[in-house]
Design a protein around this ligand. Sequence first.
Ligand SMILES: NC(=O)c1ccc[n+]([C@@H]2O[C@H](COP(=O)([O-])OP(=O)(O)OC[C@H]3O[C@@H](n4cnc5c(N)ncnc54)[C@H](OP(=O)(O)O)[C@@H]3O)[C@@H](O)[C@H]2O)c1
Length: 290
Amino acid sequence: MKTLLIGADGQLGTDLTKVYAADQLIPLTITDLDVCDYEKVGEIFRASKPDVVINTAAYHRVDECETYPDRALAVNALAVRNLALVCKEINAILVHFSTDYVFDGEASRPYTEHDTPRPVSAYGISKLTGELFIRYLYDRHFILRLCGLYGVRGSMEKGTNFVETMLKLAQEGKEIKVVNDQTLTPTYTRILAPRIKALIATQRFGLYHMTCDGGCSWYEFAQAIFELSGLTPKLSPTTSEQYKTPAKRPRYSVLENENLKNVPSVEPMPFWRDALKDYLEERKASPLRR
Ligand SMILES: NC(=O)c1ccc[n+]([C@@H]2O[C@H](COP(=O)([O-])OP(=O)(O)OC[C@H]3O[C@@H](n4cnc5c(N)ncnc54)[C@H](OP(=O)(O)O)[C@@H]3O)[C@@H](O)[C@H]2O)c1
């Protein structure tokens, strides 16, 4: 199966490149292909004829999406519509990623794939629109809703993930305040990659929630990072009211991997804290500097 990977140098993209044989993978960065360039998408897909297209590209700076909703819709919805149309034309499976932010966060139990999305941010609206375009245009798809991603590559190249931010603040001896009223499931991208590959192989198309097990607040996530790293910075909880952001976040966005649990060939997702432990061990072993 020849697989074309869009966003190959992102957090998830980097881990996905490691689970595919080099001669079966066409890894494309934004320099090779911008998903908003419809003409080039058509040219590349028709010339390379992949069996599977994996799209990790997204505009996911959640607060910026409030200011630039047109950009959010262009990357997260309209470009995705175009991908679905071109995949249909060449009969390639389309694998696309969505988010826990399609939900409003008012639930008091994990959201399943059967729950009705109701996004509360421009980012969430744009991602849900992308989902809807795929679902009504083309059956041979996987839409995988993820949550709270962190990956070694993203951290090294861009310094963007939450774990690295916390470790940096601790090293600087800063007093750290983290919100304790938003509950999520942190998910390590390296854990996802082989399971995504295994799920694609089943061709059991559809919508899947795919996150680590369990849930915690951002504050509890920070606590775990420091405990597992042997650090003792000044950490205290705060609230979303005190830590105001342009975009509203769901108060509770833990996802239940209900559909995934019915696919026996995909290994179960680990508890979020165990995955975090793996990440912290692997970053220690990484030869690249931060
Ligand atoms: N990060 C999270 O916490 C999170 C949570 C839930 C769901 N998700 C979803 O999971 C997926 C992967 O996220 P991630 O954290 O791996 O993202 P990431 O690290 O930002 O990777 C995305 C990749 O896509 C590239 N890209 C951005 N815009 C593009 C465009 N117009 N055309 C082609 N490539 C483009 C990025 O390049 P540049 O970096 O050069 O822009 C980057 O290489 C996304 O769909 C995201 O919405 C993420």
